[in-house]
Design a protein around this ligand. Sequence first.
Ligand code: SAH
Length: 392
Amino acid sequence: MSLPPNPPTPRDAAPAAPRDGVRAEGRINLFDYDRMGLRDVFAQLGEKPYRADQVMKWVYHRHVTDFEQMTDVGKALREKLSAAIQITPPNTMFEKQATDGTYKWLLGMDGGNAIETVFIPETSRGTLCVSSQVGCGLNCQFCSTATQGFNRNLSAAEIIGQVWVAAKHLGNVPHHQRRLTNVVMMGMGEPLLNFDNVVTAMSVMRDDLGFGLANKRVTLSTAGLVPMIDKLSEASDVSLAVSLHAPNDELRTELVPLNKKYPIKELLDACLRYTQRRARTTITFEYTMLKGVNDQPEHARQLVKLMRKVPSKVNLIPFNPFHGTRFERSDEDVIRAFQKILLDADVLTMVRRTRGDDIDAACGQLKGQVMDRTRRQAEFRRKLEGGVADAA
Ligand code: SAH
C-alpha cells in the first residue's frame, strides 16, 4: 500500500524532523493532515471519506488517540488504521500555572529541542498562544526567542498537537464545552516562514471536525514578510496581526531587522491588500512599548499617520523583560499618554495586559529549548538574504 507523502515542508528553512520512530515504523502521524489530507489518506487505504471524518471527531472532540477506543469503527478497520497511521501528540515535558491562571506547557520535540505553548484564560474567552518554529531566525532585538537562534520548522502535527494538548487538559469540547475560544500564532517562531505546515494546522483549528474555531478567532502574527502575506490571503481566511513596533523605517530596521528587506510602506500596502480581499477585516498592529526608544509622543503621531492608510487597530504591548536585554518597559503613564494620542485621532488602541510573567509566559519571553542552532541559523540567514523566503 502506498500512502501519500506527508505534507511538503517549505524550502525556506530547515525541514521539520519527524518524531522519533514515526517514519521508521512506516506509519504517518494523523496530526500532520487536515480534513482533505486525511480523506486522501483514507482513499489510499480504500476507505470512504466519512471514515476519516469519524476518526477526526474522536481525536479532536473526544481526545482519543487509540483506534481501539473508536467504538463506531469496525474491528477490521481499526486494525488496518493502526497499521498505517499513528496518532501521536507532542510529549509534555512539564506544565506550569501562573498566579493569574495563565498556563504554560513545555513540549519536547526531537533531539533535545522543546517549545512553549501558553493558555491565557479570561472571563469571556480562552486564548492559546501557539509556536510555529523551534527558535526564530528573525532576530527582533527585544525578543527573548531571538536570543536562541533558529533550529527548525515545526511539522503540522507539532503545531496542531499544541492545541490538542491544551484542549485535552482543559476538557475542551468544540460547540459544547468551549474553553479554548481563540488561537494566536504568537508563540516562538515566524509562522509565515513555515507556511504550509501553519496553513494545514490552522485549517484543523477552524474545521468543525477539528477545533471548530471561527476564522476571525484564529490569528496569525507576522514580523512582516510581505510576499507571504499575499500568499496567506490566497490560502487562508484568518485574522492577521503585524508586529510593527516602530513608526518609521530607521527605527524599525533597528528593532526588526526584517524591515530592511520589507520596509514599512511595502508592508502597509500588503496589509491593505489583505483587508481588501476579506471584506471588513482590520489588521492588528502590535507595538511593544520600549522605554525611551519608541514610546514618545512624536512616535505616536507618526503612528497615527501610518494607521490612516489601512483599516487597523493597535495593540500596545508593555515590554516584557528577560535576562540580558538592554531594553526596559515604558512607564505606565507614558503608555497611557501614547494610547491617548492614538485614541484622540480615532485609532482604536488597546494596551495588552501582561499575563503569566511570573512563569516567563508573557509575549517575547518564550524560550523553550533550542539545540544545534548555529549551523542552521547561518543557513537560514543566507537563505533569507538570498530571497528564498520570497519564493517559498
Ligand atoms: N514572529 C511573529 C510572532 C512572534 S511573537 C511576529 O513577529 O509577529 C508575538 C509578539 O510579541 C510580536 O509582536 C513580538 O514582536 C512581541 N514581542 C516579542 N518580544 C517581546 C517582549 N520581550 N515583550 C513584549 N512583546 C514582545
